[in-house]
Design a protein around this ligand. Structure first.
Ligand code: ASP
Length: 427
């Protein structure tokens, strides 16, 4: 593992103590951006003064978004061609699905256990909030509609959804293309070769764009925290602490144990390797926008082979959201407790299942969880008005759960790499 370093000409001019690796600089950016964002929330003048830095944040996220589709297409074609065998690919897909379901179920169960133990809703007031406009989008959506929303466009309107950059459609079409290449075999080897070169070029672009990350992260944090501050985090403190505790246990105890016991990798090594992706996830609140960095981190820092990374991570960024699942389960139980609804075991099981489905249905973008949470509320007959309170404290919790979502994806890549018993990337 060799962290990206500043060129020596710049390194020599920096005062002692200033980090010289990209990861160190991103860490510094988190330390600077968080208090600066909170200070900007208190002062409009400071917020406008910092507008140029916010611009760099927007530029950084725009560059990442631009790379999502090219990176999925090139690395997936290379990945599929490297696997070179349809049944092996099916096995990888089956294992990925089992990992996603297993870890999401663990996360949602953890959320339910904690919310039952801590009971943050007892005595909490949820009055005076409006239903967020975003939640309206999820009204009347059942589990079937949700799955239709995720997969239906791919099946029914593939061209439109491809044009819109829908990740599931991009993955499906690219997979089919890759399978075609495998089936034709040697005759299309130059095409595969071309994709390999393209993939290297795009990873090179990601490498360079990452130098925008330190200033980009500061800008994104100022923008997010400057606008929302800590929200009403303190008003709903016990609820927020329950969510943060569950995210902490899942991200820093359960996932590392999975990495150690099933992935057979040292958790600290995993953690170090994915720090850039965690920082970008925290500052963008978007698993999808973080995807190029996630792929780069696991391939370059953890030697996850391209076939695994390119297959598991784009799917994971869209469908595997441990943080979102536990968040949705906790939010529903919190509201039920505050309203005095007594949800028994059977109904909590319904919450567990719908929270898992809702996490699959949530897009990898900021606050997507709020839209799909409507379905969880409706599954056990909770009114939608209290979603206003949940939304009021959503931003910071979204930053944290997105980190855990991305951590879950990278742990999956490590686990599947071990199970595949693949050699390090050669592509
Ligand atoms: N922002 C989360 C993500 O991109 C989704 C959510 O809102 O829970 O992973």
């Amino acid at each position: 593992m060799s962290p990206q370093q500043l060129p020596s000409a710049i390194r020599e001019r920096l005062p002692a103590g200033v980090p010289t690796s990209l990861t160190g600089l991103i860490g510094l950016a988190l330390l600077i951006g968080t208090p600066l964002g909170l200070a900007a929330h208190a002062s409009d003048a400071l917020l406008s003064l910092l507008a140029p830095i916010i611009f760099f944040g927007d530029l950084f996220i725009a560059c990442l978004k631009l790379l999502i589709v090219p990176i999925i297409v090139t690395s997936l074609v290379v990945g599929v061609a490297n696997v070179g065998d349809v049944s092996r690919l099916g096995k990888l897909g089956g294992r990925a699905a089992a990992y996603y379901m297993g870890t999401t179920a663990i996360a949602a169960t953890l959320g339910l256990v904690l919310v039952n133990l801590i009971r943050p809703g007892d005595g909490a007031s949820l009055e005076g909030y409006d239903i967020p406009a975003k939640a309206e989008a999820g009204r009347d959506m059942g589990v079937g509609d949700m799955l239709m929303k995720v997969f239906g466009n791919t099946l029914l309107h593939p061209i439109d959804s491809l044009r819109e950059g829908d990740i599931i459609t991009v993955i499906t079409v690219t997979l089919l293309f890759g399978l075609g290449l495998i089936l034709i075999g040697e005759r299309v080897a130059p095409v595969v070769d071309g994709f390999k070169r393209l993939e290297r070029i795009i990873m090179g672009v990601v490498h360079n764009i990452m130098w925008l990350a330190p200033i980009g992260v500061v800008g994104l944090l100022i923008e997010a925290l400057g606008k929302s501050g800590l929200g009403l985090l303190l008003d709903l403190g016990k609820y927020c602490l329950t969510v943060l505790l569950a995210l902490g246990i899942h991200g820093f105890i359960i996932l590392p144990l999975i990495v150690l016991l099933i992935g057979k990798r040292k958790p600290l090594e995993w953690f170090r390797g994915i720090r850039p992706a965690m920082a970008v996830a925290f500052s963008t609140s978007s698993s999808a926008a973080t995807l190029p960095v996630t792929i780069q981190s696991v391939e370059e820092n953890l030697d996850v082979p391209t076939p695994v990374a390119s297959f598991v991570l784009p799917l994971g960024a869209t469908m595997n959201m441990d943080g979102t699942a536990l968040y949705e389960a906790i939010a529903a139980l919190f509201v039920a407790q505050a309203l005095g609804f007594d949800l028994g075991m059977g109904q909590q099981l319904v919450v567990l299942i719908t929270a898992m489905a809702a996490s699959v249905g949530a897009a990898g973008i900021p606050s997507a969880g709020i839209v799909t949470m409507v379905m969880v509320f409706q599954s056990v007959g909770l009114p939608l008005e209290p979603l206003g309170a949940i939304y009021a404290v959503d931003r910071v919790l979204d930053m944290c759960r997105t980190v855990v979502n991305v951590m879950g994806d990278t742990a999956g890549a490590v686990v599947l790499t071990h199970l595949e018993d693949s050699a390090p990337a050669t592509a």
